[in-house]
Design a protein around this ligand. Structure first.
Ligand SMILES: Cc1ncc(COP(=O)(O)O)c(C=O)c1O
Ligand SMILES: N[C@@H](CCOP(=O)(O)O)C(=O)O
Length: 410
């Protein structure tokens, strides 16, 4: 028996076979992978997973791939108890799930791309592509280089230079589009209709998106096979947060954890917060916005999975909160100064929102709270310009050291 039954439209329920398609031909709803959970139950056990590879592929039974062939080292990142930050926020059991050290390109995108490109290989594609705000482009470019795919990545032209270099180094074709991510995405959808390429977050999106579930699987395993009381995660398209929630529910469904009472909290930058605004206004539909924020990685004004992200917080008992650009920078600094973790703007947003939620009393002191840090600060260093203390210049003499440094610190 196969573990994957096919694809289903999330809106009208029409079923499809496993193919590189993502939209329902009847109602234009998005497609999602359907699993045979009875079959999966026969295959999985905690012991089998624990003996598996130290990567996301230890959860192969819950992923839509037959044989992992690309991205063999992504996942299984640290879950770090955040004692210092926890003390500051009055949380005794605060944890950071640290995908800023994911392999090979330092963001959670290495998970979704490993799954997507392994699937692209199964489908027989020779060219892969993506619409990206930077991290996804880095990851697709790196994995394509290793796996021998032709590669095209499409990005908004005004991205951080570190993110652009972080793609160029792997030698894909980098297409810098004059416009924002939503313009890039629209263009890529048109190209995907014309060319037989695997656009990871367009035509093979149902498979790609499933990779984010491993962020729930790993956290549950690392906590000793239990779901946390609360999680806080950043949102752009809303896919990540939706799939984290799905991941916890699936673990319960196949008997790997006893219960799921996890409240899922979403974080957006105020300057691009279409999902959080819908939540605050009590809407169940998204009004697209024009992004204006330093948090470029999560600057998606027209989020593909926005309504499912809203459903996630509603179903789980969570909420949405936003952070201004200043608060995002303070969030980056707070995590660095308390826990020694350097995150990018998406992580700064998440930490700022965690702080607001903690101060507003959303958590009780003993709650097990997990914060998802999804990207690395070395890729968005330019946002810190003018926001850090200065280094102190000295001559290479003991005298200068004593006069300029020791006097300050004594
Ligand atoms: C570092 C980082 N965190 C979070 C997100 C949000 O993920 P999603 O678009 O699935 O909501 C993205 C990209 O969108 C990202 O690059
Ligand atoms: N933040 C993403 C943007 C596109 O990914 P999607 O999963 O939201 O479609 C990136 O890193 O490029």
């Amino acid at each position: 028996m196969a573990k994957v039954k096919g694809l289903v439209c999330r809106e009208c329920g029409k079923e499809y076979p496993v193919e590189p398609i993502h939209v329902c031909e009847y109602c234009f709803g998005p497609l999602e992978v359907v699993y045979d959970y009875e079959e999966i139950k026969k295959r999985v056990s905690r012991e089998k997973i624990e003996e598996g590879p130290k990567s996301l592929w230890r959860y192969i039974d819950l992923l839509p791939v037959e044989e992992p062939s690309v991205g063999l080292s992504a996942g299984f990142t640290p879950l770090k108890k955040a004692e210092n930050l926890g003390k500051l926020l009055g949380l005794e059991n605060l944890y950071i799930k640290d995908d800023s050290v994911n392999h090979p390109t330092l963001s959670f995108k290495d998970r979704v791309v490993s799954v997507a490109l392994s699937k692209a290989k199964e489908f027989g594609f020779d060219t892969v592509a993506c619409a990206s705000t930077g991290n996804l482009a880095n990851s697709v470019a790196a994995h394509a280089a290793q796996a021998g795919f032709n590669c095209f990545v499409f990005i908004p032209a005004n991205l951080e230079s570190q993110k652009i270099f972080g793609s160029l180094v792997f030698k894909p074709t980098v297409v810098a589009v004059e416009g924002n991510y939503d313009d890039v995405n629209r263009l890529c959808s048109e190209i995907a209709n014309e060319l037989n390429w695997a656009f990871v977050n367009i035509n093979i999106r149902p498979f790609y998106a499933e990779g984010s579930k491993t962020l729930a699987f790993e956290v549950a395993e690392q906590l000793g096979w239990r779901a946390p009381d609360a999680v806080v995660a950043p949102a752009a398209s809303g896919s990540l947060i939706t799939k984290i929630w799905k991941g916890f529910k699936e673990l319960h469904r196949v008997g790997l954890i006893d219960s799921v009472k996890t409240r899922v909290y979403g974080a957006q930058a105020l300057g691009c917060s279409p999902i959080a605004q819908a939540w605050k206004e009590g809407r169940d539909f998204i009004k697209p916005v024009k992004p204006q924020t330093i948090a470029k990685s999560i600057a998606i004004g027209n989020p593909a999975d926005g309504i499912y992200a809203l459903q996630t917080t509603r179903e789980s008992g969570g909420t949405w909160e936003t952070a201004t650009d200043e608060e995002i920078i303070e969030g980056i600094k707070l995590l660095a100064e308390t826990e020694g973790i350097f995150t990018e703007t998406a992580g700064g947003t998440t930490i700022a929102v965690l702080k607001k939620l903690a101060e507003a009393g959303y958590f009780s002191p003993k709650d097990v709270v997990v914060v998802y840090i999804t990207g690395n600060g070395y890729k968005t260093m330019e946002v810190l310009e003018g926001h850090l203390h200065e280094s102190i210049k000295i001559k290479p003499t003991l005298k200068d050291f004593k006069e300029k440094i020791l006097v300050r610190t004594s």
